[in-house]
Design a protein around this ligand. Structure first.
Ligand code: GLC
Length: 426
């Protein structure tokens, strides 16, 4: 096996030499990359991979997937279980590594020079039993987006607690509606029943001092009064400062309301920063970002740790080229381009001191500490069961927000479900 791989590597080195000598590619391979599509990621992808295509003579086709990470996960798990050979690379969510580890190629050896330039905690999150399952391409930690102009207009300070946010959002919403903006809302976020709601609700719970659903040592902690209070607080927003439709919102729906100028506050990831400052945005230059609010003074703000990686399928028939593309996408050139064009947070430490990135997307250097202190979802302690755990959690939260049962009752039921799923051990 390793001999075969070396043989291919030698042939490919020869092929690259031929490319340089003749100026035309001689060993073009067609590589397929699947990725969910949020914002302008699909539009930008062709330009992102172009330097790699020029360098290697290979061609990359991106297969766009639905924006919901939960939907992607369901589809990828089926494809991988069936040994799909059509897809060479998968763009993977930070939470998936333990669940999909067996289907991907170990990238430890090939990235031994590149990996140490990344934040060690991110590399760690993609390492399962010593195997580097995927290479990080960007990290993620959400912000509270707020309209500077409207805070000024209504003489409101940037809210520090969720209660302050509630009051500020209501004040601005009432004022804007009186001014004839009937569609204006105080606060938009992600309330659909999917992984994004797990992220939002973990932030509420953690920032009220209610723990992390399942703690790092595997203890199920979610059934507690602070968590219930956090969920009841969020329930109070639905139909008041947030549209009832927020219960079907993902990232892009929230951004849609925000970017057309119809919301005072938004919870979203950094990708919305660059887009919000685009020429086609109604809020260009009018907003800023802050850390998410806390439950009460003395509590700490909590941002859920997100992020995306690239993994090479072990069923790929173009493994060597796919690995080369993964290395390229995780490397400094592509990460810089993505940071500038999509306001994605790099995972390479040095890029936080890059002047071009700081000038194009000031949120990036500003957000380094936020993501370094971000709260991980319990995918490491729950191992292969994370998806089930998360889906039980977001369901209990969605029921509570929809008025089906109190937070306390739904969290008691959730604890029982999680205990069953855990069994003797995660
Ligand atoms: C963002 C995060 C990802 C998270 C998803 C939830 O894409 O980077 O980690 O799972 O949002 O919607």
């Amino acid at each position: 096996m390793s001999f075969g791989f070396k043989g291919r590597a030698l042939r490919s080195a020869a092929a690259i030499a031929l490319i340089s000598a003749l100026g035309t590619p001689v060993l073009a391979e067609e590589i397929t990359y699947v990725s969910g599509v949020v914002g302008k990621a699909a539009d930008n992808f062709a330009a992102l991979v172009k330097p790699w295509e020029d360098m290697t003579g290979n061609k990359v086709t991106m297969v766009p997937m639905p924006a919901s990470t939960s939907d992607q996960f369901g589809q990828y798990r089926l494809w991988l279980a069936a040994g799909n050979t059509d897809i060479d690379l998968y763009q993977t969510d930070v939470i998936w590594a333990p669940q999909l580890a067996d289907s991907f190629v170990d990238l430890t050896e090939v990235s031994k020079d590149l990996a140490p330039t990344h934040f060690p905690s991110i590399i760690q999150s993609q390492t399962v039993n010593g195997k580097l399952v995927a290479l990080p391409i960007f990290t993620d930690a959400p912000a509270l987006y707020y309209r500077k102009d409207l805070l000024e207009k209504y003489n409101v300070a940037v809210p520090k607690t969720w209660d302050e946010l509630t009051v500020a959002a209501q004040t601005i919403q009432d004022g804007e509606r009186k001014d004839g903006k009937g569609d204006f809302w105080g606060f938009v976020w992600q309330g659909n029943a999917y992984e994004g709601l797990t992220c939002n609700a973990l932030e509420w719970v953690k920032s009220f001092g209610g723990g992390q659903i399942v703690e790092q040592d595997g203890t199920i902690s979610i059934n507690n009064e602070k968590a219930a209070k956090a969920l009841e607080t969020a329930k109070g927003w639905v139909g008041t400062i947030s549209p009832s439709g927020v219960l079907a919102y993902q990232e892009e729906e929230a951004r849609g309301v925000w970017q057309t100028g119809n919301a005072a506050f938004m919870r979203n990831w950094p990708y919305a920063y660059g887009l919000g400052n685009g020429d086609d945005s109604a809020v260009k230059g009018l907003f800023s970002v802050s850390t998410l609010p806390v439950g009460a003074e003395g509590d700490s703000s909590a941002a859920t740790l997100g992020g995306w990686n690239v993994a090479v399928s072990k069923f790929s028939k173009h493994q060597e080229a796919a690995i080369s593309l993964a290395m390229y996408l995780a490397g400094p050139e592509a990460q810089k381009q993505r940071a500038i064009n999509e306001s994605s947070l790099p995972t390479i430490v040095a890029l936080y001191d890059d002047a071009d990135i700081a000038a194009a997307q000031p949120i990036i250097p500003q957000w380094k500490d936020v993501f370094l202190n971000a709260v991980p979802r319990p995918s490491a302690p729950t191992l292969g069961k994370y998806n089930e755990v998360s889906s039980k959690f977001w369901t209990a939260v969605h029921e509570t927000l929809s008025g089906n049962g109190s937070a306390a009752d739904n969290l008691a039921g959730l604890e029982a479900d999680l205990t069953d799923i855990k069994g003797d051990a995660w």
